[in-house]
Design a protein around this ligand. Sequence first.
Ligand code: HEC
Length: 94
Amino acid sequence: MWKLVLGLLFLGQFVYGQDVKKEAFKILESKCNDCHRIEKKESIFSLENMDMYARKINRQVFIFKIMPKGDEVKLSDKEKASLKTWIRWVKDQK
Ligand code: HEC
């Protein structure tokens, strides 16, 4: 029985993680990648590499507040919250 419970918890955590990640990716794709494709080609975010960038994104967006660079692209409070939720989830995986 406890194996089933653990299994369900694990599955729940996995499904939750995928949702959180997809939501964050939509933001990275729409607010960050357009510019990075032109100005910062080495760091174009994808579903494959984004977890690896979570730490750097946290630093650039929330600690030093350098990204999104310039005045044109802004993140709404909701988008910031989604990114934070995803960053926290990535940290919890380790
Ligand atoms: C208008 C252009 C522009 C936008 C928009 C932008 N960036 Fe950047 N980003 C850059 C440039 C250029 C650099 C290279 C460092 C610098 O010039 O500050 C960079 C560097 C970074 C780095 C460091 C990458 C590394 O490999 O070390 C991260 C992380 C980052 N950006 C995250 C983001 C995130 C997250 C967003 C969206 C919320 C974003 N950026 C939006 C232009 C942009």
